[in-house]
Each structure stands twice: as structure tokens, then as C-alpha cells.
Design a protein around this ligand. Structure first.
Ligand code: PNS
Length: 169
């Protein structure tokens, strides 16, 4: 039984994240998409919203025989991974610029829990520039994001912007 944790902020989930999960489904029997609870980071969606959106959009991707679930977690990721008896952490790497930070985290996590492997995966080229941060930024400035995020995310972002008009650029 190969169980992986795919941790992140997912604020919001992008097509790049879904691409990584789909690829991960070829390697693992189970993937837990773990949404970090970080009260210090100002977020667009709440943890509950992010988990709910993820749960919905994950139904639309090809998961093969892999069981994909969504949970939130706080504290040390390796501790959480141990509690879930996970064998691996999955992280997506888009460009060399991601690598430095990801390598630092992977090595720190390895020091904290040597038996837990970090698996770096590359998304499809068309998502190599897509990040949650830039999606939020261009959306708030009026750009279309339909090719970057699942339709539900765009819909929920539109709703949120209507509810909070002062966020409009
Ligand atoms: O999507 P993100 O924001 O790049 O994800 C970062 C995440 C959640 C993987 C990272 O911040 C994390 O693991 N946080 C939990 C706290 C922790 O274990 N920190 C030590 C990392 S070496």
C-alpha cells in the first residue's frame, strides 16, 4: 500500500495541482491532498472552502485506481504524514526557481523523518507558469483564468469578488 501526502495551501487549487495529482495517481494507491492550516497567511478562501472545492474538482479528474482524499492539517507536515502512515510526500516543481526552496524543505523533512521520501513531479508544460498567487493576482485585475483553474474555482472566485467589491482592482 503506497500512500502519499500532497501538501499545500491550495488557495485556490489550479489545473497545475490537478495535473500533479493525476500523475501521482499512476504511482500511488492513495493520495491525501493535505491543505495547510496557516492562520498567519491571509487567504482568499477559507480552509473549509478550499477543502470543499478540492473535493468537488477531484471528482472530475482521472484518478485511475487511486484513492484520493482531502484533509486539512496544521503543525509539522512530517508529523502529520507519520500519523497517516504515509510513505511519501509529493511536491510539484515547475521551474528551477522552485527547486531551491523545495530542496531545502525536502532535506529538512528528511532530517526530521528519514524514512519519508519526497517525490518531485513536473506538471505539463502548459502549467509550468501557473501558481495560485498569480491566478489570484491576474483575476483580481480582471483577467480570464478559465484555462488555469477548474470551472468551479473560477465560479467561486467570481462569487467571492461580488461579495467583496472592494477587492476589485
Ligand atoms: O502550497 P505551498 O504553500 O507551497 O505549501 C507549503 C507547505 C504546506 C508544503 C509547507 O509550508 C509545509 O509543509 N508546512 C507545514 C509546516 C512544516 O512542516 N514546515 C517545515 C517544512 S520543512
Amino acid at each position: 500500500m503506497r500512500r502519499a501526502i500532497y501538501p499545500g495551501s491550495f488557495d485556490p487549487v489550479t489545473n497545475g495541482h490537478l495535473d500533479i495529482i493525476q500523475r501521482g495517481c499512476k504511482l500511488f494507491d492513495e493520495i491525501i491532498v493535505a491543505v495547510l492550516v496557516n492562520p498567519e497567511k491571509e487567504a482568499f478562501f477559507t480552509i473549509e472552502e478550499r477543502c470543499e472545492i478540492l473535493t468537488e474538482v477531484l471528482k472530475t479528474i482521472d484518478r485511475r485506481d487511486c484513492r484520493v482524499t482531502v484533509e486539512s492539517f496544521g503543525g509539522l507536515m512530517v508529523q502529520y504524514a507519520a500519523e497517516r502512515s504515509a510513505n511519501a510526500i509529493v511536491r510539484g516543481i515547475r521551474a528551477i526557481s522552485d527547486y531551491e526552496y523545495e530542496l531545502q524543505m525536502a532535506l529538512m523533512n528528511r532530517r526530521l523523518r528519514p524514512d519519508l521520501e519526497t517525490v518531485f513531479m513536473m506538471p505539463a508544460e502548459e502549467y509550468s507558469y501557473v501558481s495560485s498567487r498569480l491566478v489570484k493576482e491576474v483575476f483580481q485585475l480582471g483577467a480570464h483564468i478559465s484555462e488555469l483553474v477548474p470551472p468551479l474555482v473560477e465560479e467561486r472566485m467570481r462569487k467571492r469578488m461580488n461579495l467583496v467589491p472592494e477587492l476589485r482592482a
